[in-house]
Design a protein around this ligand. Sequence first.
Ligand code: FAD
Ligand code: NAD
Length: 466
Amino acid sequence: MKSYDVAVIGSGPGGYVAAIRCAQLGMKTAIIEKYATLGGTCLNVGCIPSKALLSSSHHYEEATKHFEEHGIEIPGEIKVNLEKMIARKQAVVDQTTGGIDFLMKKNNIDVYEGLGAFKDATHITIEGKDAGEIEAKHTIIATGSKPSNLPFINLDKERVITSTEALKLKEIPKHLIIIGGGVIGLELGQVYRRLGAEVTVIEYMDRILPTMDAGLSKELNKVFKKAKCKMMMSHKVQSVERKGDEVIVKAENKKGEVVEFKGDYCLVSVGRRPYTDGLNAEAAGVKINDRGQVEVNEHLQTTTSNIYAIGDVIKGAMLAHKAEEEGVFVAETLAGQKPHIDYNLIPGVVYTWPEVAAVGKTEEELKEAGTAYKVGQFPFRALGRARASGDIDGFVKILADKSTDEVLGVHMIGARCADLIAEAVTAMEFRASAEDISRYSHAHPTFAEAVKEAALAATDDRPLHI
Ligand code: FAD
Ligand code: NAD
């Protein structure tokens, strides 16, 4: 039986990054993955394929709706070849997952294909292609998550689908009904709206993206409405029924009336649940809490001291970069270092267009905590760069402490915000004040100037260009 310093179960962004960092730190490392390709949800059916389809559908929308205003004329009809678009997405996924194979080899990490299950706290059995048993001094559980469902919905995966099926549809829906106005619903809703589907978003709460700053929800809602998506807030879904090629969704509105929606596809995107099926965690004494998460302490150590857990399978945001940070954190902890993660500074991004990005506290959170704060907001439409490219929707909002001027939260919606948020994270990591941001140079003309202007507005209400 082979013995390892560390065994990692699951090869998503949490697991494979943990394995690389363990190997870099000189530990003999194995990774076990039940599927034939490495990379987990993120690379196979999450971040990467969804961004590939967002990019392709964005190009199509630009070509059909915006090229003309730039003086570009395309003779003849511009058509979508969905099969080709999905095939390109798959090629991007294959190339990316192949890259992880390369990284495992480069770092001398042994890869086992099969379902990993605890026999006890130091032995793991593998069922599948590389069946057998290994011994590990330490194990990192990185088994991720799966789509959640509502108890009364039968996910047939043909017409009533999750994000996994939505990433490989064979036709463009005529009417896609989306249950859940969160990140997945909005990103994939925008993909199919751009490709020509009618889209209805049914959300239980009174706004989309209910955990983000309300200003962002409001602005993105406007964008979706402008694109003629039906945005049904405060609707509680009661039933989803399939009749042939039709899907009928019934939901109760605020007034207690039952509203019926008829479409040909229904995407259920009401969150994800931690995944520990088949892991046999109890054999190792690892506690799973009543939310299905592996319970961990502040060192990400489970109830069994040589076993750690990271990523979507534990508490916290279900984000690839959060899982990665935790992978590095555990590897460095095992090497005797004293790593640190500031969860307040893990940014959240929605890759719609305009992009939505945020870090730190929302206005709602600051109000609830009774923190006195100032707001500086700057619209993209006042920037030369935004007008030059025609991307004028959105704004940057900076929240700073009223007395110290320290930046407490940055919330933005607009072109390239997914990348712009990195500046806010850097500033907050170094505990910058709004005035600090307003005093360093931002290249002109760039979208980043909106960050500087919002900082000027927050400092003492003196933006230069509005
Ligand atoms: P996962 O990526 O879920 O990986 C877990 C792996 O463990 C899987 O490969 C699974 O097969 C394997 N496994 C499970 N049990 C066992 C076992 N017993 N034995 C062996 N292997 C096992 N996040 C972002 O930050 N940005 C995005 O843009 C983004 N887009 C997304 C889009 C979609 C459509 C979805 C669904 C998710 C998206 N996410 C995004 C979330 C992101 O994918 C997850 O947060 C991330 O993948 C979590 O990483 P992880 O390593 O914890 O788990
Ligand atoms: P989510 O938590 O983002 O959104 C789920 C939405 O469904 C919420 O708005 C919630 O109020 C709503 N909802 C819940 N029950 C409902 C009901 N009965 N009827 C109507 N609405 C209901 O979850 P998601 O969009 O499924 O995404 C899952 C996870 O994947 C998220 O945690 C997210 O962080 C991650 N993800 C991240 C990205 C990204 O970072 N860009 C992209 C996709 C997914």
